[in-house]
Design a protein around this ligand. Structure first.
Ligand code: C5P
Length: 308
């Protein structure tokens, strides 16, 4: 059998164009209705044949990422090994491009990439749906990192329906070096919303604007129910949103549980102006222009091949 010695998979970070939060369900998770879009900021995972499971991390804020069995990519490899009964091992080399604890699901992208990379390395040959089921066990955002593009997520955010989006949208990200804890943001949301509706819904107008490829329409319906909770925990986020409002950005919201703030631009030229304006305000540690939608977890290249 020909087995690759190493496999390189890339998975995207995401933003939530709409994040509607409802009451906590029986599983302890909040019911969500969200629209995800994968953007051009990536996690790269190289899976190399090894004894047992091990992991190393380089790239953006790598020092803050655990390299033991608590890392979601390690747990992904372990889950796949347990589910398939393979005795094979792996060393995962992760290069981070998505901010850590930034509300863009970087850890979930690592887990999705690790699932696909190990499946290819080990030749366990799971179908995409089977990988999706394992992904949902790892975290609410992991299935989306596998599928990418634009999708509606309900349930915990893990039950996905692909959404049509025409053309490319240009986004400006204002990132912070200090992450926010997702469970903490949901806890503050609980305090702020003692009588939450059980099941939230996504605005049809947003879906229409996506199909039309209309950034002005999308801008009108950008919404994040977690934003007030993120701002309560990190009041400076309001300054970041104000900086976008003083720029040519069409609208800006906190991404997911924050602290990344995402602004939408009318096009690439405007995006450069938005980025320059937000940078000049001095309210963010890093400001980047990205586009979406991007593909989900995918094979970049088989790094090498050897005959077993
Ligand atoms: O699933 P994931 O590990 O990404 O979620 C992190 C945390 O965010 C959960 O442990 C939970 O506290 C909170 N969460 C939630 N409801 C969701 C998704 C996440 O309460 N639908």
């Amino acid at each position: 059998m020909i087995a690759p010695a190493a496999v390189h998979v890339r998975a995207p970070g995401k933003i939530n164009l709409s994040l509607r939060v409802g009451a906590v369900g029986a599983d302890g998770y909040h019911r969500l209705a969200t629209v995800f879009q994968a953007v051009s900021l990536y996690e790269d995972v190289v899976a190399e044949a090894a004894e047992g499971i091990s992991l190393s991390v380089t790239g953006r804020a790598a020092a803050e990422v655990p390299t033991d069995e608590t890392n979601l990519a390690w747990r992904a490899a372990q889950l796949l090994a347990d589910a398939t009964g393979t005795g094979a091992g792996v060393h995962l080399r992760i290069t981070k491009g998505v901010p850590t604890a930034g509300g863009m699901a970087g850890g979930s992208a690592d887990a999705a990439a690790a699932l696909l990379a190990c499946d290819l390395l080990w030749g366990t040959g799971l179908a995409r749906e089977e990988l999706g089921e394992l992904a949902a066990e790892l975290g609410a955002d992991v299935p989306f990192a596998l599928t990418g593009q634009t999708a509606i997520g309900v349930g915990r955010g893990d039950v996905l329906t692909p959404a049509l989006a025409r053309g490319r949208f240009t986004w400006v990200l204002a990132m912070s070096d200090r992450g926010l804890s997702t469970p903490e943001v949901f806890r503050v949301w609980d305090e702020q919303n003692p009588a939450a509706a059980p099941v939230p819904e996504v605005e049809p107008e947003l879906m229409h604007a996506l199909v039309a490829g209309d950034p002005h329409g999308v801008a009108r319906y950008l919404v994040n129910d977690l934003q007030p909770a993120a701002i309560e925990l990190r009041p400076e986020l309001q300054d970041v949103i104000d900086a976008f409002e003083a720029s040519p950005s069409l609208a800006a919201i906190v991404s997911g549980s924050g602290p990344t703030v995402v602004g939408i631009a009318a096009g690439p030229g405007d995006a450069a102006d938005v980025a320059e304006s937000v940078r000049a305000a001095g309210v963010a540690d890093e400001v980047l222009v990205v586009t979406g939608p991007s593909l989900g977890a995918r094979l970049v290249e088989p790094v090498a091949a050897e005959v077993d």
